[in-house]
Design a protein around this ligand. Structure first.
Ligand SMILES: NC(=O)c1ccc[n+]([C@@H]2O[C@H](COP(=O)([O-])OP(=O)(O)OC[C@H]3O[C@@H](n4cnc5c(N)ncnc54)[C@H](O)[C@@H]3O)[C@@H](O)[C@H]2O)c1
Length: 468
């Protein structure tokens, strides 16, 4: 099938590459000439496991092309996916300017029946606005081409995006209840048939419900995280271990184990903005979404939890202190720095006078760019932040190690070497990677999120008790 993807970012590039991999003829459009040049020169603008290989294969087979040529992109695909960004506006609502610009381009150039698929995360009612925008362009041109707008939200996870796209839990498709909607439904069914061989994973519904489903899913996941973070802080105070609690409740099939990890707060390009956008949709429609207000407030506070523990230990003034930071990306297996908790933490340390030596296995370039932006107004702070090439290089002279992203490589370090390398053997673990008791036995002062010490360890007089 002939497919166009408008917007070649995390979602657009993965969607385009995966649809080309299974044999479709895919045209990826972007307005960012630099991104398109990188791709046309055989590079890849983002880190995503397995993506480069399928891009290379499909390009070599002539099934995948990248371009900034809008007219050619509209002419190419019978199905036009819109996968552009929907960043938050000032009031928290999703900024639809990119989506509507893409719709306008399609309306301006379309030359036959087109199926327009909203893959970007967009508020309920956006498909209608896309439809109106295209219709207005057609009227302006005096053209009469037919079209249908479909909602097909994306559920991939960065870091496992190719796997998620190739083996989706579900494919949500919202279509209009008319003849062109039926035609669109048949095309979408054909397009996704290769992903449904084992059993049909497609959920057809009306367009508005499909748009809503994406926000509901992310809001639920964010809720689980904030719920656990709030309980973790209480666990710290009452002397319970949130990891034991997590296992205790996760084993109930009505609850399940996923997304119950306490940590340094959620970040990334989706949860923060989607929670905010849903709150805003609520308020525009006269509903205060009180649970989501709390989810957001808890998360904002959680991003400060490590700073709070650090200042309790070292005092408010961190001048002359040096901290090693492991993990900068908002989660492992991606280089995405959007709303990463490391940004709040590092800024907080620098503001208090500290030096920071930061390391991440893949996001160093993205991190440099993110901190250059964050600290543009604070050259003095910027001078105290350095990026190092290995996790080991971050440690010498550091008063403590801070873990912010749970990369696999951090899960089982050589603890003896770690203890020896640090100036003082103090670890603040924002991802609960290690066993508190074992860390104490190993001679570390260990601060995690919501993890009280096992009583037998806490009772030993020779060991310093560093709760939570
Ligand atoms: N990143 C994720 O994990 C994820 C997962 C599910 C859904 N989503 C949603 O998918 C959408 C895209 O997210 P992303 O992370 O891929 O964004 P992104 O910022 O990585 O990519 C968006 C791309 O669209 C391009 N663009 C903007 N306007 C354009 C136009 N008029 N024509 C052509 N290209 C244009 C930009 O240059 C950019 O390359 C968002 O709505 C997001 O919420 C993202």
């Amino acid at each position: 099938m002939k497919i166009t993807i408008v917007g070649t970012g995390y979602v657009g590039l993965v969607t385009g590459a995966c649809l080309a991999e299974i044999g479709n003829d895919v045209f990826c459009l972007d307005v960012d000439q630099k991104k398109i040049d990188v791709l046309n020169n055989g590079g890849i603008p983002i880190h995503e496991p397995g993506l480069k290989e399928i891009i290379d294969r499909s390009r070599a087979a002539g099934r995948l092309q990248f371009s900034t040529d809008v007219e050619a992109s509209v002419a190419h695909g019978d199905i036009q996916f819109i996968a552009v960004g929907t960043p938050p506006s000032e009031d928290g609502s999703a900024d639809l300017n990119y989506v509507l610009a893409a719709a306008r381009d399609i309306g301006r150039h379309m030359n036959g029946f087109k199926i327009i698929v909203d893959k970007s995360t967009v508020p309920v009612g956006t498909a209608q606005r896309v439809r109106d925008t295209i219709a207005a362009e057609l009227t302006r041109r005096g053209a009469k081409q037919g079209f249908s707008v479909v909602s097909n939200p994306e559920f991939l996870k960065e870091g496992a995006a190719v796997e998620d796209f190739m083996r989706p839990d579900r494919i949500v498709i919202g279509v209009e209840a008319d003849d062109s909607g039926n035609r669109a439904r048949e095309s979408m069914k054909r397009l996704y048939a290769p992903f449904n061989r084992n059993h049909d994973r497609t959920l057809y519904m009306d367009v508005r419900s499909a748009e809503f489903t994406k926000y509901a899913a992310n809001a639920m996941l964010a809720t689980r995280i904030s719920f656990m973070n709030e309980l973790a802080n209480l666990a710290d105070s009452v002397g319970a271990d949130i990891e034991a609690v997590r296992r205790g409740i996760g084993s109930d099939p009505r609850i399940g184990y996923h997304f119950l990890y306490a940590g340094a707060g959620y970040g990334g390009s989706c949860f923060p903005k989607d929670v905010r956008a849903l709150i805003q949709t609520g308020s525009e429609n006269g509903h205060t979404l009180r649970i989501l207000d709390a989810v957001e407030a808890v998360n904002d506070a959680q991003k400060q939890v490590l700073i709070k523990k650090i200042t309790e230990r070292f005092g408010e003034d961190l001048t002359d202190r040096t901290f090693a930071v492991w993990g900068l990306a908002f989660k492992p297996n991606t280089d995405d720095m959007r709303e990463a908790p490391s940004r709040t933490l590092i800024r907080g340390l620098l503001e208090r006078g500290a030096r920071v030596k930061a390391y991440d296995p893949v996001s160093m370039d993205a991190a440099r760019a993110a901190f250059a932006e964050d600290l543009a107004d604070a050259p003095d702070a910027q001078a105290r932040l350095s990026f190092v090439r290995t996790e080991g290089e971050a440690l010498p002279n550091a008063d403590a190690l801070l873990i912010v992203t749970e990369w696999k490589a951090f899960k089982s370090p050589d603890f003896n070497a770690l203890r020896e390398a640090l100036k003082t053997p103090v670890v603040f673990d924002g991802r609960n990677l290690y066993e508190p008791g074992a860390m104490l036995e190993n001679g570390f002062e260990y601060y995690a999120i919501g993890r009280a010490l096992p009583p037998e360890a806490a009772r030993r007089p020779q060991l310093r008790v560093a709760q939570g």
